[in-house]
Design a protein around this ligand. Structure first.
Ligand code: GLC
Length: 585
C-alpha cells in the first residue's frame, strides 16, 4: 500500500465514464431500457460510495495526468521500489486483500522476495500500455509492437485486460479496474450490436474496444468490437464471463461491495446470465459455442462444448451467485444459477474427465447402446481415440478433455480450461491433484522450455487442413495450435498455489525469466518445446507482461489467490453415482 502519510480521498464516480453519448463512434447509442442513463437511478445521480479509501493521492480534477506522467510517476499506485517482503507481510496483515486469504491455503512458507530486474521493467511496460479515456485509464493495449501491422492489437481486449487488472489490484490500484468494468458495462448496454442485418444478444460484451482521440474537438471516443470486425467474425463468448469474474476479483480485493451492488452492474450480470441460461434444445448443461469463441479466437475445431468456455461459465456462475442481489426476480435467477451449477458440475466432472482408468473404459466401450442403461452415453466409437493419447496418459494424473458431444471426444489438452477448472473448484480435489500430476509427469510436453502450451498436441497434415481450414497462422506447434503462451503463467501459478505446489510455478517461472524480457515479451512461442519466438508473435504483448507480474506477485504473496479462486461449496458436489445410473435420479 501507499505510504500512510499520503492523503487519500473518496472520489465520486466519474460520470463522464457513464453518461456521455459523444463517446460512441460510428454507431448510435441504443435507447435500451437502462434506467435512462447509466449512473442515474430514478432520476437521481448514483455516486460511487466506495467504502474503502481511493488509492489516488488527493488532487483536483484539473490535475488529470497524462499517460506519460502516470508511467513515470512514483506517486501513482505503489512505487516499484517499495515492493519488499517485509512490506508485503505488513500489507498482508493490513490490506483489504487479507479478506481473500480466508479461504486460501497457505501451503508453505515462501522465500523472501527479491524482485528480479524484469519485475521493474514489466511494471514500466505495463504502465506504458495504459489506454486513457478523457484523462482516466480504462484499460491496457493488447500489444505495443510498432514493427508489425497493428490490426486490432492496438485495442483493449476484455480477456487480455484481466491479468493487467489483477496486477493493478494486487498492487493496490483498483481505480483503473473500476473504470474498465464500468466502461465495458456501458458498451454492453448502450451499443447497437449488429452484424449485417442481425442483432446480437443484449448481454453480449465486446471482445475489444479502442479509444480514438479527436484532436479538433479535443475529445475521446470509443469504438467497440463485438465480433463484427474481428477476423472471422468470431463471437467473444468469454468476455461476459471474464467481466463477471473480474467484478468479483475487484470486490474481493478491495472489500468495496458498492460497485457490484450498483443497479447497472446488477443489470449487467443479469444480461450476461440471461444469454447463457436461456432455454433451448439442449440435452446438456454445457454451453454450445461456435469455433473461435474465446482465447482461441480462430478456427481450431473447438466448436461445440469447449472446456475453456465451460470452465469460465462455471466460474462466472459461481461469482455471479456471490454478487447477485435477491431483489425482484433475483431470487428466481439465483435458483436457476444454482441448478445450472449443479448440472454443469456433474456433467463436466463425469464426462470431460479422462485419466488412465477412464481411457481404458472408453477404449473398451460398446457402441449403439440405447436407453438409460447406456454406459457409452454419447456413443463414442473407440476407433476415434487418437494414437497419441495412449502414450500421453500417465498412470498417475488426468485432465478435462477439450470437448464432449455426440460421438465426439476431443482428447486434446487445453491449459486455460483446466486451470480455471481448478480455480473455480469445478474439479474435485482428486481431479485437481490429477491435473497437477499430469503437468508434472508431462512437463516437457506441457511446459517445455517456455511455459505454457495452450493446447496439446498440435493438429498436423490432413487433420490441420480439415480442422483449421488450412490456417497459415495456426500451423503445427504455432500460435493456438500447440504454441506456448507466457500469459498462461498466471493461471498456472494460481493453480499451483491452490493445490499446494508452488514449487512447480517457481520452476516454470525460472524458464520464463531466462528469456521473456530478452525476447521482448512475445505473445507466443513456437515448436514442440516452445523454443522459438512465434512466427507472427507480437512483441511487447501486454498480457505476457501482466501475466508475469501477476504470477510473480502471487508467488510472493499467495493471499492474492483469493481474488481469482473459489473454494468448493458442498452444495455443488456431484452425487456419487455410477456413470451409467444418473438418469435414475
Ligand atoms: C489473439 C489471441 C486472443 C487475444 C488477442 C489480443 O487474437 O488469440 O486470445 O485476445 O490476440 O491479444
Amino acid at each position: 500500500m501507499q505510504a500512510a502519510t499520503e492523503m487519500f480521498t473518496v472520489t465520486p464516480l466519474s460520470l463522464d465514464l457513464l453518461t456521455d453519448p459523444l463517446e460512441f463512434v460510428g454507431k448510435k447509442p441504443m435507447d435500451s431500457g437502462c434506467n435512462g442513463s447509466a449512473g442515474h437511478e430514478n432520476g437521481n445521480t448514483v455516486f460511487d460510495f466506495s467504502v474503502l479509501r481511493d488509492v489516488r493521492p488527493c488532487r483536483s480534477d484539473s490535475e488529470e495526468r497524462s499517460l506519460a506522467d502516470i508511467a513515470a510517476s512514483p506517486r501513482f499506485g505503489r512505487p516499484l521500489e517499495t515492493v519488499r517482503s517485509s512490506d508485503c507481510l505488513e500489507g498482508l496483515l493490513n490490506s483489504p486483500s487479507m479478506r481473500s486469504t480466508m479461504d486460501t491455503p497457505r501451503s508453505e512458507r515462501f522465500p523472501s522476495f527479491e524482485p528480479h530486474p524484469m519485475f521493474a521493467e514489466a511494471w514500466d511496460l505495463l504502465r506504458k500500455s495504459l489506454v486513457m479515456f478523457r484523462g482516466k485509464p480504462v484499460g491496457t493495449i493488447a500489444a505495443s509492437d510498432h514493427s508489425e501491422e497493428a490490426l486490432n492489437y492496438d485495442q483493449v481486449f476484455v480477456r487480455d485486460f484481466v491479468p493487467s487488472a489483477l496486477a493493478f489490484l494486487m498492487n493496490g490500484e483498483p481505480e483503473i479496474v473500476k473504470n474498465f468494468l464500468l466502461k465495458a458495462l456501458r458498451l454492453q448496454s448502450n451499443w447497437e450490436k449488429r452484424i449485417d442485418n442481425f442483432t446480437l444478444g443484449k448481454g453480449a460484451m465486446p471482445a475489444s474496444f479502442k479509444v480514438l482521440h479527436d484532436p479538433i474537438r479535443n475529445n475521446d471516443k470509443i469504438m467497440a468490437d463485438f465480433g463484427e470486425s474481428a477476423i472471422g467474425r468470431v463471437a467473444p463468448v468469454d468476455s461476459g464471463f471474464w467481466w463477471i469474474i473480474l467484478l468479483r476479483a475487484y470486490t474481493k480485493s478491495t472489500g468495496d461491495q458498492s460497485l457490484a451492488e450498483m443497479p447497472d452492474c446488477q443489470r449487467g450480470i443479469r444480461l450476461v446470465l440471461s444469454l447463457c441460461l436461456s432455454e433451448g434444445f439442449d440435452t446438456f448443461p454445457t454451453l454450445l459455442c461456435a469455433d473461435g469463441c474465446c482465447m482461441v479466437d480462430r478456427r481450431m475445431g473447438i466448436y461445440g462444448y469447449p472446456i475453456e468456455i465451460q470452465a469460465l461459465f462455471y466460474m462466472a456462475l459461481r461469482c455471479a451467485k456471490l454478487m447477485l442481489k435477491p431483489e425482484g426476480d433475483g431470487e428466481e435467477l439465483l435458483e436457476r444459477v444454482e441448478k445450472r451449477l449443479q448440472a454443469l458440475n456433474y456433467h463436466i466432472r463425469s464426462y470431460f474427465w479422462l485419466d488412465f482408468e477412464q481411457l481404458n473404459n472408453v477404449y473398451r466401450y460398446k457402441t449403439e447402446e440405447y436407453s438409460h442403461t447406456a454406459v457409452n452415453k454419447f456413443n463414442v466409437i473407440p476407433d476415434s481415440i487418437p494414437d497419441w493419447v495412449f502414450d500421453f496418459m500417465p498412470m498417475k494424473g488426468g485432465y478435462f478433455i477439450g470437448n464432449v458431444s455426440p460421438a465426439r471426444m476431443d482428447f486434446r489438452w487445453f491449459c486455460l480450461g483446466n486451470c480455471i477448472a481448478i480455480l473455480s473448484s469445478l474439479a474435485t480435489h482428486e481431479q485437481e491433484m490429477g491435473i497437477m500430476d499430469l503437468l508434472e509427469e508431462r512437463w516437457p510436453d506441457l511446459i517445455g522450455e517456455m511455459p505454457l502450451k495452450i493446447a496439446y498436441p498440435a493438429l498436423e497434415g490432413h487433420e490441420w487442413k480439415i480442422v483449421t481450414g488450412c490456417d497459415p497462422k495456426n500451423t503445427r506447434w504455432s500460435y493456438h495450435n500447440g504454441g506456448s503462451w507466457p500469459v498462461l503463467i498466471w493461471l498456472f501459478t494460481a493453480a499451483c498455489i491452490k493445490t499446494g505446489r508452488p514449487h512447480m510455478a517457481r520452476k516454470a517461472m525460472e524458464l520464463l525469466e531466462s528469456r521473456l524480457s530478452k525476447d521482448h515479451w512475445p505473445e507466443y512461442y513456437d515448436g514442440t518445446f516452445g523454443r522459438y519466438i512465434g512466427k507472427q508473435a507480437r512483441k511487447h504483448q501486454t498480457w505476457s507482461i501482466a501475466g508475469y507480474l501477476v504470477a510473480k506477485m502471487m508467488l510472493e504473496d499467495p493471499s492474492h489467490l483469493g481474488m481469482i479462486s473459489i473454494e468448493d461449496d458442498r452444495k455443488t458436489k456431484a452425487p456419487s453415482m455410477p456413470r451409467s445410473a444418473s438418469s435414475m435420479f
